[in-house]
Design a protein around this ligand. Structure first.
Ligand code: SAH
Length: 405
């Protein structure tokens, strides 16, 4: 096994068990003339020869090593990935009481950097996003089949991150049976059809489960509190996640906006699947930035506005432009709210931290000349746990704002 020697001072993050070694931290990679294969296990040592742990080598990526073990833990033993997968799957068992759509493996948080595995009904859908995860694909797939009893494992390794790792895209069955065209899942009483072949991520935003439940509950409580049924605007609705949760909670009308005709068509199928009244769910194909302005000019108002946009900042370089985009939709979303109305607003950009996001939203509140309370914060569910040594895992954040009347 080859040693990766770090530059002086670059051992600090590893001693705090942060799992990434950047290319810029590496002083020497292996013996002179040695070629280390993509995904190969390497030993990482400090400039003065202290063992810092073991990880997988990614020659094409700026994240040159992703760690599996740390100082004092020794070399990973054969079967360690099987054990980590079994542990990850077991930790998510309780969620089955609420949903058949769950994340089983959340990469770094589960000790397998670069591996995402979600389960929809009887199928597991994977994303291999590091050379090391890819190199261990056979063991990982076997472990997923064994620990879940799944009917099949389908691979959706077509994310942009593959390219940065020097890996080819791959979409297709890795084990067991082909999944059906649409897998039907049930989450907190609402049915969704998931297209694992072409849908975003692995097909569905499992990470918004808690916020969808909050939306469902808000619609229900609104009726009890006011005697009226809620009118909502769901921006960036994708396949109708929040829209259907609101309809299930008894909303009178949910106007849902997305720029993708395919996503909207799936959303409409999902509404039919639940037998929701056609008058409740309205689907609009439009650009949200323009649509919010249009609604204001038309004098429309809502009791609840949801803003769950795509990742506006893909890296630190795009933070400023992204901040302006978040500010714009939040400002124009707030302008459509009735007094006492609620805003659910999200950012899934890892480069925008919770504090900055809160500042951006506060700026929008000021510019909208409204007063607002944050009643709560949103984040991904328990199947996306935040590993205490890896703060980057907290990419999704949201705020529940309520306008003062
Ligand atoms: N809220 C969804 C996930 C949103 S994903 C859920 O809970 O399932 C982001 C969505 O925004 C995608 O469906 C994409 O098509 C849409 N989108 C991206 N840019 C847009 C724009 N400018 N206007 C409208 N929709 C947009």
């Amino acid at each position: 096994m080859q040693d990766i020697v770090l530059k002086k001072g670059k051992e600090k993050s590893l001693l705090r068990r942060h799992p990434w070694v950047y290319d810029t931290a590496v002083a020497k990679a292996g013996e002179k003339g040695a070629k280390i294969a993509a995904g190969e296990m390497v030993r990482v040592v400090s400039h003065d020869g202290r063992e810092l742990g073991f990880g997988g080598w990614s020659p094409a990526s700026t994240l040159r090593v992703r760690m599996f073990t740390y100082a004092g833990q020794g070399e990973p033993q054969p079967g360690f990935l099987t054990q980590r997968i079994a542990r990850a799957v077991k930790a998510r068992e309780a969620l089955l009481a609420r949903t058949t759509a769950r994340r089983l493996v959340f990469a770094e948080a589960d000790g397998i950097p670069g591996l995402v595995a979600d389960m929809y009904g009887d199928w597991v859908v994977t994303q291999f996003q590091s050379a090391a995860a890819q190199a261990h694909q056979d063991e990982i797939v076997r472990a997923l089949m064994e620990s879940t009893g799944a009917r099949g494992v389908f691979d959706r390794s077509d994310a942009a991150t593959r390219k940065r790792e020097g890996l080819e895209e791959h979409v297709g069955v890795l084990a067991g049976e082909e999944p059906p065209q649409i897998i039907e899942v049930v989450e907190d009483g609402v049915k969704y059809g998931v297209d694992v072949r072409v849908g975003h991520k692995t097909g569905f935003y499992v990470d918004q489960r808690e916020s969808r439940l909050a939306a469902q509950n808000l619609a229900r409580e609104f009726k009890e509190r006011t005697g009226r049924r809620l009118r909502a605007l769901n921006c960036f609705c994708y396949t109708g996640g929040f829209s259907l949760a609101l309809a299930a909670g008894g909303a009178a009308e949910v106007v849902s906006v997305d720029s993708s005709a395919e996503a909207l068509s799936r959303a409409q199928d999902n509404a039919r699947l639940n037998g929701f009244d056609e008058g409740v769910c309205k689907w609009v194909e439009a650009d949200v930035f323009a649509y919010l302005r249009q609604m204001r000019e038309a004098g429309e108002t809502f009791d609840l506005v949801i803003l769950d946009p795509p990742k506006f900042a893909s890296s630190h370089y795009h933070v400023e432009r992204a901040a302006r985009a978040y500010k714009d939709i939040n400002l124009n979303g707030l302008r459509l709210l009735r007094g006492g109305g609620d805003l659910f607003t999200f950012s899934c950009s890892g480069a925008i931290d919770p504090e900055l996001f809160q500042k951006i939203v506060a700026g929008a509140v000021i510019d909208a000349h409204r007063e607002a309370w944050a009643l709560g914060r949103f984040g991904a569910g328990v199947d996306h746990p935040l590993l205490m040594t890896f703060p980057e895992g907290e990419y999704l954040k949201g705020l529940h704002l309520k306008l003062c009347e």
